[in-house]
Ligand binder design. Structure first.
Ligand code: SIN
Length: 542
């Protein structure tokens, strides 16, 4: 059974901090919303490690937006819908592409130094885009440049308090209203309560569920798990995007090798040195990401090899060093000179299309609780996200959610003084607590072998049963962030498996060997809520 809270607490005993807006997460979605919220009240931003420990920091490729003269909203809209394989919500996509252009203009005013070609911003191409529309910075360091600029702006706001090393354990809710969070301060080794009129979860994804991932260590799905425990609806969790090309070297991390590398002309080769992508899709190396990841997986199986190769050797060496300095240096430090050597690559877990169900203003089914960015699911990416639409989502929907939170608190300020909050006590298991570290390893193994690029009923059911057995670890009371994270991973893994079992078809990033075709019966979203599940044909858009 999944408990409501991970720990017992007595609120009367705990220090309480009060704020207008509580933002959890320091990636692009958290930063953009904070910048906007700070115009209307006091914002407290919590991050579980340091501000740079987020996926935004690692984003390489760039931000997709309609900038070029030969581009249009309609083309970006159509590309996004097509990549989303029938499940992207048209209204959400329309807002993304149209408001995206304005958000980019604002970034330029803020001083984000996108790379230039002459006087104009340079634009590159990535998989499944019909035009060159990806803006980038520092060659392949777009995320770092964006996060640095936005963080500086945020820190300059007088109305802001930023607290690092604060792990949010659970949402505090009553009568379908969220009024704050219970958190653990890793530095002080103490529990704390943050009370707020509106709470935003911008906690990123869950790539750490898998052995191979492009995501940082912090991406353990905490926001999704704690929201689910509190009765928040989550949606589309079966759709986990695998990035086709991450570095595959023994002992090295799965460092991202940006899709922009293929956009600039690099090609994929199998163990025999043959190009193979055109066998799988007419766009070859620039096929949609789900197609490319599956093609690489199949090619590896067919050739009994544990990687394929990315070949940049036809590109000019100086161009490579200037255009992809981060990738060039990272590979060189592993002994690979990518101007001459092929890069061994494998697909790795990269992005959750699913998450906390919201409308297009970030509102959830719990009043006072909002979600944005990778942790949210508003249907904008459908079953497969188009490359470089994720930073764009953070920019567009970060602003929209802030506007909605400001509106919400105008009518509904939390009366802190009258708040009567119940304590939480439950019977946790009394048995000696054994280390939970081995569970993390096992979750990763199970997810990688049975719930990755190709799935089927037998394997999914086996994993589901095993995860249910592991639920016993949710009934021990732990008191360290690493243990809380593993408890969260257990819950999110279970939800991914549950949704993957329910969806008896193949669509976008969800491929079932036993149901290899898309089915018109499944043009709908799977929504999971504690003690309840259902399928929804359309989201409500406001
Ligand atoms: C990449 O640079 O390939 C990643 C871009 C993205 O995930 O959108």
């Amino acid at each position: 059974m999944i408990p409501r809270y991970l720990v017992n607490f007595d609120l009367a005993e705990l220090e309480k901090k009060k704020t207008d807006f509580l933002v959890i997460g320091s990636g692009v979605a958290g930063l953009v919303s904070t910048l906007n919220l700070a115009e209307a009240g006091k914002v407290t931003m919590l991050t579980k490690e340091e501000p740079q420990d987020c996926s935004t920091e690692h984003a390489q490729g760039g931000i997709a937006a309609v900038i070029a003269e030969d581009d249009s909203f309609e083309l970006h809209y159509q590309d996004t819908l097509k990549a989303g394989a029938g499940l992207a919500n048209p209204k959400a996509v329309e807002l993304l592409v149209e408001q995206g252009q304005q958000r980019i203009k604002e970034l330029l005013k803020l001083g984000v130094s996108f790379d230039r070609q002459g006087k104009e911003v340079a634009l590159t191409k990535e998989g499944a885009h019909s035009r060159r529309r990806i803006l980038y910075a520092g060659g392949d360091a777009t995320g770092t440049e964006l996060r640095n600029t936005l963080t500086k702006e945020v820190l300059a706001k007088a109305a802001l308090e930023l607290h690092s090393n604060i792990f949010v354990i659970d949402l505090l809710t009553k009568n379908n209203r969220c009024y704050g969070v219970l958190a653990y301060d890793s530095n002080a080794a103490s529990y704390q309560v943050y009370l707020a009129s509106a709470v935003l979860l911008a906690t990123g994804g869950a790539g750490q569920l898998y052995q191979k991932t492009s995501n940082p260590e912090v991406a353990t799905g905490d926001g999704i798990a704690l929201a689910y425990r509190a009765g928040v609806e989550v949606m589309d969790l079966e759709f986990i995007q695998f990035h086709p090309t991450t570095l595959s070297l023994a002992g090295a991390a799965n460092f991202l090798i940006s899709e922009a590398v293929r956009g600039e002309g690099a090609v994929l080769r199998n163990q025999q040195g043959e190009r193979f992508m055109f066998k799988y899709h007419q766009l070859g190396e620039l096929a949609p990401r789900d197609v490319a990841a599956r093609a690489i997986y199949q090619e590896m199986k067919a050739k009994n090899s544990n990687c394929v190769y990315l070949d940049l050797t036809e590109l000019d060496a100086d161009f490579i060093k200037e255009r992809f300095p981060t990738i060039y240096k990272a590979c060189l430090s592993e002994g690979l000179d990518i101007t001459k050597d092929y890069i061994p690559v494998v697909p790795a877990a990269h992005y959750c299309m699913g998450g906390i169900k919201t409308d297009t203003k970030g509102a959830t089914n719990i009043q006072g609780l909002f979600a944005c960015g990778e942790t949210a699911a508003l249907g904008v990416h459908g079953a497969n996200r188009l490359a470089s639409n994720s930073l764009l989502e953070g920019l567009v929907y970060g602003k929209r959610v802030a506007e909605e939170m400001i509106n919400y608190t105008k009518d509904s300020k939390l009366a802190f003084d009258n708040l009567r909050i119940a304590n939480h006590t439950q019977q946790f298991s009394a048995a000696a607590v054994i280390s939970i570290k081995s569970i993390k390893k096992e979750i990763k193994e199970l997810m990688t072998t049975e719930v990755a690029i190709i799935r089927e009923e037998v394997g999914l059911s086996k994993v589901q049963s095993r995860l249910e057995e592991l639920f016993k670890y949710l009934n021990y009371e732990y008191n360290s962030v690493k243990d809380f994270e593993i408890q969260n991973m257990l819950i999110v893994a279970y939800l991914v498996v549950k949704a993957a079992l329910l969806r008896e078809e193949s669509r976008g990033a969800h491929y079932r060997r036993d149901f290899p075709e898309p089915s018109s019966n499944w043009l709908k979203h799977i929504v999971l809520e504690k003690d309840r599940e259902w399928e929804e044909l359309e989201l409500e858009f406001t």
